[in-house]
Design a protein around this ligand. Structure first.
Ligand code: COA
Length: 137
């Protein structure tokens, strides 16, 4: 398995989201989002992209999105490696004496996967619930 950085393509992005039964966005919106990513990772086997993860953010706050491993390749450590590479990116970018916050929304039932990579469920004693608002047009 090869892990490659910053080569996530529109076609692979859509195909992998479909493999997770996630709805896609329009091509225009998606290509803009991919271009605006800070960092992306893909897992490639036999020239086929079988996993991906995408990091967005501003240097203080980072959000991990679009972590998907194709069902045929799940349970082989690929998702872990992708998330670890995104965490390592933030670690490299965080200056000595500084701090960064990596946030994400786990799919229902997937919290334990992220807990294994050091993420804490919210709410907890210092944090309220994560919240979101979706805009549809
Ligand atoms: C969630 C997902 C990314 C995990 O990727 P993966 O490559 O199968 O995971 P890994 O093989 O790296 O598993 C790492 C660890 O997490 C655990 N894990 C994996 N999926 C899990 C789940 N759904 N619930 C709880 N634990 C899970 C594994 O058992 C493994 O534990 P171990 O290290 O003790 O053996 C993958 O199942 C997937 O793409 N699912 C569909 C899309 C999705 O839900 N993405 C997450 C968005 S929040």
């Amino acid at each position: 398995m090869d892990y490659k950085e910053n080569i996530l393509r529109y076609e692979d992005y859509c195909r992998l989201r479909e493999s997770a039964a996630w709805l896609n966005f329009s091509k225009e919106q998606t290509e803009k989002a991919l271009n605006n990513s800070l960092y992306t990772v893909v897992a490639v086997e036999d020239q086929q992209t079988v996993g991906m993860g995408r990091l967005i953010g501003d240097g203080l706050y980072y959000i991990i999105v679009d972590v998907v491993v194709h069902p045929a390749f799940q349970g082989m450590g690929i998702g872990s490696k992708i998330v670890d590479m995104m965490i390592a990116y933030v670690d490299r970018e965080t200056p000595c004496g500084g701090r960064s916050s990596i946030q994400l929304t786990a799919e229902k039932g997937k919290e334990a996967f992220y807990e294994k990579r050091g993420f804490k469920r919210i709410p907890h004693e210092f944090c309220g619930s994560g919240m979101r608002k979706v805009i549809r047009k």
